[in-house]
Design a protein around this ligand. Structure first.
Ligand SMILES: NC(=O)c1ccc[n+]([C@@H]2O[C@H](COP(=O)([O-])OP(=O)(O)OC[C@H]3O[C@@H](n4cnc5c(N)ncnc54)[C@H](OP(=O)(O)O)[C@@H]3O)[C@@H](O)[C@H]2O)c1
Length: 277
């Protein structure tokens, strides 16, 4: 049975929780982000996904430190922003994120987008960063087959993770990159797993949720877990943070997973990198 702190083994031997909290658009000011992370950790979350772009790394680090949970039991991800690509800039941006988080180490450092031009130089710096004791794993985000194939053909150290938008509403649309990552032992991580709330009232999802006595958000989180995909639903609301974590007392049947995977409508709620050079 999956538990809230169940981990997956990454291709560099490190463990990453399958479940975590995303904090995009959770404001640092007014303590929204600090509170969300504290509520999540209190509710049993053991992984937090931030980024330089989100401008809340400092609150994430402070909440992790204040939680009293041993540092090695919390997994912290942050990301390199697009304006920081290139070898030197990447090294500098990494140092800055580590200092802003004010943690001894970052569990996972991701390239946020496959910026055309400098991205292979960027990856050289990422490989160097991965050798530091302050960085436990490196990976990418928004990498589609063209970006991943280029990277795999040119890297020394492959990415441990590819974080992309995934839900039943786009899983088939993403079949090629899903298959490519799985066959190369690159862990998939689902962002916008709740479709940014756009599909939470979809009647066919509501029917499925009623069948299991769960909410539609919980079905979407559990769907990712059943697919062995790391999932990081975002909420800044205490009740919904707890609701999204309450998915470890049921399983979705194989048949219903197939039904869910039939919900595909190529829905992308964030930026779509499908045709990005
Ligand atoms: N790498 C990338 O390019 C990238 C892009 C996008 C996102 N991400 C990461 O993935 C995380 C998740 O994605 P996301 O934040 O874009 O979208 P999401 O998790 O799919 O959806 C978040 C939205 O759903 C609402 N919500 C959360 N739980 C709910 C529930 N139980 N019932 C009803 N509504 C609920 C939230 O509102 P409340 O806060 O009011 O509950 C918020 O409006 C981000 O926070 C970020 O860490 C990464």
């Amino acid at each position: 049975m999956l538990k809230i702190d169940t981990t997956t083994s990454l291709n560099n031997g490190k463990e990453m929780p399958l479940f975590g909290l995303g904090v995009y658009q959770v404001e640092e000011k007014g303590d929204s982000c600090y509170n969300a992370v504290r509520w999540a950790l209190d509710a049993g979350y053991r992984s937090i996904d931030t980024a330089k772009l989100y401008a809340n790394e400092s609150a994430v680090g402070r909440a992790v430190r204040d939680s009293g949970i041993p540092r090695d039991q919390v997994f912290v991800t942050t990301k390199l922003w697009n304006t920081d690509h290139g070898y030197d800039n990447t090294l500098k941006a990494y140092d800055k994120s580590l200092a802003t988080l004010d943690l001894d180490y970052i569990d996972l450092y991701l390239v946020h987008y496959p910026v055309f031009g400098p991205r292979l130089e960027t990856w050289k710096a990422m490989e160097e960063i991965s050798q530091l004791s302050s960085c436990h794993a490196i990976g990418v985000s928004n990498y589609m087959p063209q970006h991943m194939n280029e990277l795999l053909a040119n890297c020394t150290i492959p990415p441990a993770v590819n974080q992309i938008e995934l839900s039943p509403y786009n899983f088939k649309y993403r079949n090629e990159i899903v298959t490519l990552c799985r066959s190369n032992n690159i862990q998939l991580e689902a962002y916008c797993p709740l479709t940014r709330a756009k599909k939470l009232a979809d009647p066919k999802l509501v029917v499925m949720a009623q069948k299991y006595g769960k909410t539609t958000a919980q079905i979407l989180v559990r769907w990712a877990l059943e697919e062995q995909i790391v999932v990081i639903p975002k909420s800044s609301n205490k009740g919904r943070i707890e609701e999204n974590a309450n998915v470890f007392d049921f399983e979705i049947s194989k048949e219903d997973m197939e039904t869910l995977n039939g919900f595909d409508e190529q829905l992308i709620t964030s930026w779509d990198p499908t045709d990005a050079p």
